[in-house]
Write a protein that binds this ligand. Sequence first.
Ligand SMILES: [Zn+2]
Length: 137
Amino acid sequence: MIFKKAQRVRRIITITRDTRDGILTYCKMNHPNEGILILRGKYKNGQVFIDGLVIPPFSHTGPTFAGFPHTFLPLDPSYVGTVHSHPSGVAKPSVTDLHNFFGFVSIIVQSPYEDDDLFAYDRDGNLLEMTVSLEKI
Ligand SMILES: [Zn+2]
């Protein structure tokens, strides 16, 4: 019997419009500081579905950093990643961002935080495809 090498599934991110709008509002509120949130949803067959947000406990933010101690997080399988803002306006993951990667996806929002200012990355800093769903997932 010959086993086919498992195809590498490209990770695709789906986010509900309500969640995206919530992220943008939160980033605008925190500007000029960075804002950080935990993404809630589910992970299935290489696809990440995001339909909720959680404000992380003990988060600390400033103009160039945003973080929270992961050790305080409950092991919740619905936590699929994080989102944070880059008030500088460049949505490129920093070394620190990749170092603090949590879950399956890291979304970075660049100012001015409009609909097209969200970018999703994987653990290695590769840009992922992201679609906005108008319906509940
Ligand atoms: Zn960052």
